[in-house]
Design a protein around this ligand. Structure first.
Ligand SMILES: *Cc1c(COP(=O)(O)O)cnc(C)c1O
Length: 354
């Protein structure tokens, strides 16, 4: 090791899902939306004046913040936006988790939380999910440096009801509780309704999944005005111009086309419920997902082998080589035609491997 390397901030980075790009592949590995963004997004982008790219974008991201505030019926001082919710979450960790006490998140959850904690040198503890993969409320009713819970959780897809979440938020008035609602539009009920009661609550959502805009990188947080002010102070101390002009236009158009949003959501939910029945029929079991993916296991087929076999057939799903979940596959919900093809493959595969 060179002398200078001693003082490098060393991190083990997050591993994103593969992004292969072949025309006839079926990509069910990163929970992207199988439908295109709203036609209003296309229109808005066509109307973007490229001459405006000479200038810096609006540092407050005003149009997008206002569109979100209108949509969720909150003040624009309660909305923070960032380059995907990953940016919003990272900024929130940096801003709010400074007590030196360990923050809490589940052992099986979004695998970016421990990466940010390590990057920012935030200590953390990971209470294990119960044997049904549920988050145990009582594990979060204790002194800590903050809490981050995805709801629905990833990669299990399980949603925790608001009464239980509220118990956790109410028990922790001295720290910030972040609820990461990346998948909330697919079936759960948002914790946004708890905001008037709890100053320590921050709700984070994204345009990447339910609004088909993963490639544009738009995420947001909603909380009380003081929390949002602190977040903005940190942002302006790091990078003032996080949101580019095209993302501002696309995001604003997407949030304003609620009809299209609800239509595509319903299609994905219907496909998910149908896929659950098919997987059951083939002997798979899975937690009852409220998200746009299903976390499935089969008593007779190794998940790792099935993952490889699917890949050979150009069907990509996600496999995590981790304790407790290494016999599960996370399967994103695609179009009906894509799921039919998956099921056809599985029917054949399971039949041969019994
Ligand atoms: C996808 C995802 C995110 C991040 O999404 P962005 O594309 O950065 O908005 C955050 N949390 C969870 C749990 C996710 O699954």
């Amino acid at each position: 090791m060179a002398a200078w390397e001693k003082n490098v901030r060393k991190v083990i980075p997050y591993t994103p899902g593969e992004q292969p790009n072949r025309s006839n592949m079926i990509k069910l590995n990163t929970n992207e939306n199988p439908y295109p963004p709203s036609p209003e997004v296309t229109k808005a982008l066509q109307e973007v004046d490229t001459d405006s790219f000479r200038k810096y974008p609006d540092p407050t991201a005003g149009v997008l913040v206002q569109a979100l505030a209108d949509y969720y019926n909150v003040s624009n001082h309660q909305v923070f936006v960032g380059v995907g919710s990953d940016d919003v979450l990272a900024m929130s960790f940096l801003t709010f988790f400074n007590s030196g006490k360990p923050i809490l998140f589940p052992d099986i959850t979004y695998s970016f939380y421990d990466v940010w904690a390590d990057l920012f040198r935030i200590p953390y503890e990971c209470p294990p999910l119960d044997e049904d993969f549920k988050i145990r409320t009582k594990d979060y009713l204790r002194e800590c440096g903050g809490i981050v819970l995805p709801n629905p959780n990833a990669p299990t897809g399980l949603w925790k009801n608001l009464e239980e979440l509220e118990e956790i938020i109410a028990a922790n008035p001295e720290v910030i509780v972040i609820i990461d609602e990346a998948y909330i539009d697919f079936g759960g009920t948002s914790a946004l309704s708890l905001l008037p009661k709890y100053e320590n609550l921050l709700v984070v959502q994204t345009f990447s999944k339910s609004r088909s805009l993963a490639g544009m990188r738009i995420g947001y947080a909603i909380g009380n005005e003081r929390l949002i002010k602190y977040l903005n102070d940190a942002k302006y101390s790091f990078n003032s111009y996080t949101m580019n002009a095209a993302a501002l236009a696309a995001g604003t158009a997407a949030i304003q086309d609620d009809t299209y949003f609800k239509e595509t959501l319903q299609k994905i939910i219907n496909t998910r419920e149908r896929t659950k029945k098919e997987l059951c029929r083939l002997g798979f079991s899975f937690p009852d997902s409220k998200s746009n993916f299903i976390f499935a296991t089969h008593p007779k087929c190794s998940a790792e082998k099935l993952f490889e076999a699917l890949k050979q057939a150009d069907i990509y799903v996600r496999y995590f080589h981790k304790p407790r979940i290494d016999n599960y596959l996370r399967i994103s919900i695609g179009t009906d035609a894509q799921m039919d093809e998956l099921i056809r493959f599985l029917e054949h595969y399971v039949g041969e491997n019994l």
